[in-house]
Design a protein around this ligand. Sequence first.
Ligand SMILES: NC(=O)c1ccc[n+]([C@@H]2O[C@H](COP(=O)([O-])OP(=O)(O)OC[C@H]3O[C@@H](n4cnc5c(N)ncnc54)[C@H](O)[C@@H]3O)[C@@H](O)[C@H]2O)c1
Length: 539
Amino acid sequence: MRPNEAASVAYRRPHHSPAGDSERRKRREIIAAMKPLYAHIAVVGTGAMGRGIAQIAAQAGSTVTLYDTQAAAMAAAQQGIGAQWDKLAEKGRMDAADVAACKARLQTATSLQALAGCDLVVEAIVEKLDVKAALFAQLEDIVRPDTVLASNTSSLSITAIAAQLKRPPRVAGYHFFNPVPLMKVVEVIAGLRTDAAVCAALCDYARQMGHTPVMAQDTPGFIVNHAGRGYGTEALRIVSEGVADFATIDRILRDQAGFKLGPFELMDLTALDVSHPVMESIYHQYYEEARYRPSVITAQRLAGGVLGRKTGEGFYRYENNVAQVAPEPPAPQVVEMPPVWVSPRAARRAELLQLLKDLGAKIETGQSPSAQALTLVAPLGFDVTTVAVVERLDPARTVGIDLLIDDAATRRRVLATNPATRTDMRDAAHALFARDGKAVSVIRDSGGFVTQRVVATIVNIAADICQQRICTPADLETAVTLGLGYPMGPLAMGNRYGPTNVLEVLFNLQTVYGDQRYRPSPWLRRRGAIGLSLLHEEE
Ligand SMILES: NC(=O)c1ccc[n+]([C@@H]2O[C@H](COP(=O)([O-])OP(=O)(O)OC[C@H]3O[C@@H](n4cnc5c(N)ncnc54)[C@H](O)[C@@H]3O)[C@@H](O)[C@H]2O)c1
């Protein structure tokens, strides 16, 4: 059995498995026999991240030496990691002998000199380039020439950290996510001069620790923080246009697009003092690339200290850590439902007509709508206003519905009015589409509604990450699903909704908004043109 398999066997099986004691004994023997790739590692900086890294490294069988300039932080880390193991033992996920062995492997050092014999040093100190570079320069004079130096930086360049060192080839990024033991992915980052063998070994060691490694080029945000730019920034743009409020956008992206957390819930959880600077940093590092443009909304909230859950108020107010969300308005009561006419250019027209039939609507089949008809359009990327004008429809009776995603696959329908839509027509559409009990959100006009805009932005940014060869499509998917918890990888998302549909949304968004933000990545355009899966790995 390979060591990485041994690690996962040892820590994933529940303690109370039917095999009981003998199973546990076997696991202990596997761990005892397992040779971690790095027998002795050091973790410098024992805050939130250093603790997590030290925990999983000791669990994989390495001797781990902790070092921090704050003695109290180091002592707290050793005690805190021990407490984590005790908790795992209480839950039956580790047994007493495992805990004792791990605790024995966890040491602290009072000076950097004590790290002389280490095979790997993982740095998780303050996020400042000069401080990290100075630490590595000091370490170079202490450790062996073949000791690997890894940085857990989330935003600094590995190439820059290694620039002034005697041996840059042994320096790599090793970017874990918080909380480390639960977030099972790590980005292994090659600086310009990093030795490929160093990255390969760090990948193998990650597997021994039960994590999935993904390889990234040294670029701003690496993979996860780069791919994650689309979700929040596009949602913020939608709010800034007055299309819908925070809670409505969260509901739509959860119920229609399948995200676990809405973008505003997510920002409240992460806190704006963390997420807004990341948005700014990546935007500026990419020389004001429009795709990553941050929002004045978060800048202002950050300045005002309205940071999120941790301050009791963010986009939501929290009482006893529970978000206070106003209930959704009920569907309006409509006594006389008008007949419905559907634009011949509507997306998923046949499905829409069937849905209307199922909902008991009176459907008009003429070339154009009668003077009483509620007029439905289902654009991709365009706003309702543009479609009404181009198709010469009466805007007062025109309502849009987002059908990028198959209605049967969603828990919410999203309708959009235009500035001229009459209240009776809006209410009729709302009541009609709520007839079978499905949730309905009605938003103001927006190119691409909410889901189309956000999904297309995410897919486009992912495509551009592949275009820049920052990582392989497969690693991108792994990094995003494990690191961001999206319902699927962004390329699989693009395939699911159709690369040509996503392209249509992007082209039309660019027309509506005149913003370079929506220009499609050539990587996506080429695959859309050929009809190639976005997951296809190029030779
Ligand atoms: N917190 C996260 O969610 C997260 C996620 C991924 C990566 N990171 C990165 O990990 C690193 C650490 O982040 P954190 O959240 O654990 O920080 P933290 O503030 O919780 O801990 C940092 C620790 O480093 C110590 N320290 C500072 N300068 C030092 C030095 N010169 N030598 C030794 N120790 C020193 C501090 O005393 C502190 O205990 C940063 O580079 C950060 O960008 C953080």
